[in-house]
Design a protein around this ligand. Structure first.
Ligand SMILES: *[C@@H]1O[C@H](CO)[C@@H](O)[C@H](O)[C@H]1NC(C)=O
Ligand SMILES: *[C@@H]1O[C@H](CO)[C@@H](O)[C@H](O)[C@H]1NC(C)=O
Ligand SMILES: *[C@@H]1O[C@H](CO)[C@@H](O)[C@H](O)[C@H]1NC(C)=O
Length: 306
C-alpha cells in the first residue's frame, strides 16, 4: 500500500510526456525532473531494495550503496541470454521480481517492449543521451558502451610501433604473441572478424593464422593471459576495455571497422520497487557515473575521468 501511494505521488510530481509517435500502443514516457536526493528519499521509504539483473561487475553495487546509504542493491550477475529467459519466466508467471534489467542481448528490449513489459520512464539526463542510444519512448536506453580494442602488453612488447589498422596485427613482431578468442565462441567476436574480412578479405584471416595465435574461450581470457608476466602471449584484438592501463596500451583502427555496442537497461513495468529502480537509473545517467566508467559515455558533452 505504501508503495502504491508513493508511486502515485511520484507520478503526479513528474511531468508526463503526452504524445506518442506511432500508434500509442505502449503509452507515453514518464519524464522525470526530480533531484536525485528526492528520488533517494522515495526509494528509502519504499523499502530500500533494488533487485537488478545485470551482466556487469559488483562495482555498481559498491558505488550505488556508497552514494545512497541505506539502499541495498541486490545484483545478480549472469550471462544476458540466461537473464532474459528468467525475466520471460517471471512475466509468464505474472510475478516480476526484478526492478531493473541491464542486458547485452539488445534484441530482447524491443521484444519485451512490444509485450508491454517495460516501464516507459525517462530519467533525468535522458534527453542528453545520443539519440541512437535511446528508445524514443524511453522504454530502454544505453547505460554503457562496450567494445573490442586492439591491446598489447607494453612490458612484453616495449617500444613497438602501435598496431592500429588490422593489417598491423600481421607484423612479424606479433608472431607467436597473439591471444585471441575463438570466433565461434562469442557472437560479437564473430562479427568483428566478419567486418575485418569484409574489408580486408579472407586472406587477412589466413595471414592471421600464420601468426600462430593462441585461441582461447571467453573474451576475458586474453586479458588474463596477456597480463601474466610469465606468459609470452602479449597482444589481442578480441577483448574489451576501451582505454589504456599502466602496461596495456589500446588502439582502435581508423580505416578499419570495429565493434562496439551498448549495454541497454530498462525497468520492468511491474517492478516491485519502482522508486528504487528510478533512483538507480537516474544515478547511472548522471555525469558523475557516466564519466567514470572506463567506457565511452552514452551522454553527450562529457569527457571521461578515470
Ligand atoms: C535478491 O534477488 C534474488 C534473485 O532475483 C531474489 O531471489 C531475492 O529475493 C532478492 N532479495 C531481496 C532482499 O529482495
Ligand atoms: C613466474 O615464474 C617465476 C619463476 O618460475 C615464479 O616464481 C613466479 O611465481 C611466476 N609468476 C606467476 C604470476 O606465475
Ligand atoms: C599507445 O597507443 C596509441 C595508439 O592507440 C599511441 O598513439 C600511443 O603513442 C601509445 N602509447 C605508448 C606509451 O606506447
Amino acid at each position: 500500500m505504501l508503495r502504491s501511494l508513493l508511486t502515485a505521488s511520484s507520478l503526479l510530481a513528474c511531468q508526463a510526456l503526452a504524445y506518442d509517435q506511432t500508434l500509442g500502443f505502449n503509452g507515453p514516457a514518464l519524464v522525470d525532473t526530480w533531484p536525485l536526493d528526492e528520488i533517494y528519499q522515495m526509494a528509502l521509504a519504499e523499502g530500500c531494495v533494488v533487485t537488478i539483473e545485470d551482466t556487469d561487475e559488483d562495482a555498481l553495487k559498491k558505488e550505488f550503496e556508497g552514494r545512497f546509504p541505506g539502499m541495498n542493491l541486490n545484483l545478480t550477475t549472469d550471462l544476458s541470454n540466461f537473464h532474459s529467459v528468467r525475466l520471460d519466466e517471471q512475466l509468464a508467471a505474472g510475478h516480476v521480481h526484478v526492478d531493473s534489467i541491464a542486458f547485452q542481448t539488445v534484441h530482447d528490449f524491443p521484444r519485451l517492449d512490444a509485450k508491454g513489459a517495460l516501464f516507459h520512464y525517462a530519467p533525468v539526463g535522458f534527453d542528453q543521451l545520443y539519440p541512437s542510444m535511446r528508445d524514443v519512448r524511453a522504454a530502454f536506453y544505453g547505460i554503457l558502451t562496450v567494445g573490442w580494442a586492439g591491446k598489447w602488453n607494453t612490458d612484453k612488447l616495449p617500444g613497438i610501433e602501435p598496431p592500429v589498422e588490422w593489417e598491423d596485427w600481421l607484423r612479424p613482431e606479433l608472431k607467436d604473441k597473439l591471444v585471441l578468442t575463438y570466433p565461434n565462441d562469442d557472437d560479437a567476436v564473430l562479427y568483428a572478424f566478419d567486418l575485418i574480412m569484409q574489408q580486408y578479405g579472407k586472406s587477412w584471416f589466413d595471414r592471421l593464422l600464420a601468426q600462430n595465435p593462441r585461441w582461447v574461450r571467453g573474451t576475458r581470457s586474453p586479458d588474463t593471459i596477456m597480463a601474466d608476466a610469465n606468459s609470452t602471449w602479449a597482444a589481442s584484438l578480441t577483448s574489451d576495455g576501451l582505454f589504456p592501463t599502466s602496461n596495456v596500451n589500446v588502439s582502435h583502427p581508423v580505416q578499419g571497422s570495429f565493434v562496439t555496442w551498448l549495454q541497454l537497461a530498462a525497468i520492468p513495468k511491474d517492478a516491485p520497487h519502482p522508486e528504487a529502480a528510478k533512483l538507480l537509473h537516474n544515478y547511472m545517467l548522471t555525469p558523475e557515473w557516466q564519466s567514470t566508467r572506463g567506457s565511452w559515455p552514452v551522454r553527450r558533452r562529457l569527457s571521461r575521468h578515470l
